[in-house]
Design a protein around this ligand. Structure first.
Ligand code: ADP
Length: 216
C-alpha cells in the first residue's frame, strides 16, 4: 500500500504520517524533512536549496525526482510508503506515477486534509519543535508542559520557514502549484476528503478506517 498525504502547509500531514507509521507497517517519505536534514548537515544539496526553502518556494523537480528514485529503487520500501509533502506539482505527480509503474507499484489512496486558512496560520505560527526528541507542540493548541514533554523548554525551536512572511509564499505556492494536483487524483478515483480541523485522534480514526477498508 502506498499513501499520499495531501494538504496545505500546517494541515497536519507530518503528524498523521507519524501516526500511520506507528500503526501500520509503512515508512514515511517526507521531502520537507529530507531537505531540512540536508540543510542541517550543510551538504552540497543543502546549500543549494536553503534560500529557496527559506523564501517558501518549491525546490527544483530534478532534486525531488532524485530523492524519490532512490527510495523507490530500495526494496525495503516496496509498496510501503506514505508520501508527506510530495508530490507538490503536476509534473512531480506524473513522474511519481511513471516511477511507481516502473517499479511495479501504484498509489492506493490520496488523503486530503482540509483546513481553513486562519487555523493553518495559527498552527504554523504557534508550532514549536523539540530538537532532542522531535515532538511537535503548539503554543496555542498544545503547549509543552513538564508532563507531556520531558526534554524541557530549552530544546524547543521554531522551523526557520514558520514565519509570517514565508508562510504567505508557501500558501500561495500551495494554491498555485500543488492544489491543482487534486483534480488529477480525483479523476483517477483515488481521492478521500478528510476534515483536518478535528482533533488529531479523531482524524486518525478516520484515516485508519480508510486504510482498513483498502486492505480488506
Ligand atoms: P509545509 O508543507 O508545511 O510547507 P514541508 O516540510 O512539506 O512543509 O516543506 C517545506 C519546504 O520544503 C517547502 O516550502 C519547499 O521549499 C520544500 N519542499 C518540500 N517538499 C517539496 C517538493 N516535493 N517539491 C519541491 N519543494 C519541496
Amino acid at each position: 500500500m502506498n499513501i499520499i498525504l495531501f494538504g496545505p502547509p500546517g494541515a497536519g500531514k507530518g503528524t498523521q504520517a507519524d501516526n500511520i507509521v506507528k500503526s501500520f507497517d509503512l515508512f514515511k517519505f517526507s521531502t520537507g524533512d529530507l531537505l531540512r536534514k540536508a540543510i542541517r548537515n550543510n551538504t552540497d544539496l543543502g546549500r543549494k536549496i536553503k534560500s529557496l526553502m527559506e523564501e517558501g518556494s518549491l525546490v527544483p523537480d530534478s532534486i525531488i525526482d532524485n530523492l524519490i528514485t532512490k527510495i523507490l529503487s530500495d526494496k525495503k520500501y516496496y509498496n510501503r510508503l506514505i508520501f508527506d509533502g510530495y508530490p507538490r506539482n503536476l509534473d512531480q505527480a506524473k513522474n511519481l506515477d511513471k516511477l511507481l509503474n516502473n517499479y511495479n507499484q501504484k498509489i492506493s489512496c490520496v488523503l486530503n486534509l482540509e483546513v481553513n486558512k486562519d487555523l493553518l496560520l495559527k498552527r504554523i505560527l504557534g508550532r514549536l519543535i523539540c530538537t532532542k526528541c522531535g515532538s511537535i507542540f503548539n503554543k496555542y493548541f498544545k503547549p509543552q508542559t513538564n508532563i507531556n514533554h520531558l526534554c524541557g523548554n530549552n530544546s524547543l525551536i521554531k522551523r526557520s520557514d514558520d514565519n509570517e512572511k514565508t508562510l504567505i509564499n508557501r500558501y500561495a505556492t500551495y494554491l498555485d502549484k500543488t492544489l491543482p494536483i487534486l483534480n488529477y487524483y480525483k479523476k483517477l478515483n483515488l481521492l478521500h476528503e478528510i476534515n483536518g480541523e478535528k482533533e488529531i485522534d479523531q482524524i486518525f480514526e478516520e484515516i485508519e478506517a480508510i486504510i482498513a477498508s483498502l486492505e480488506a
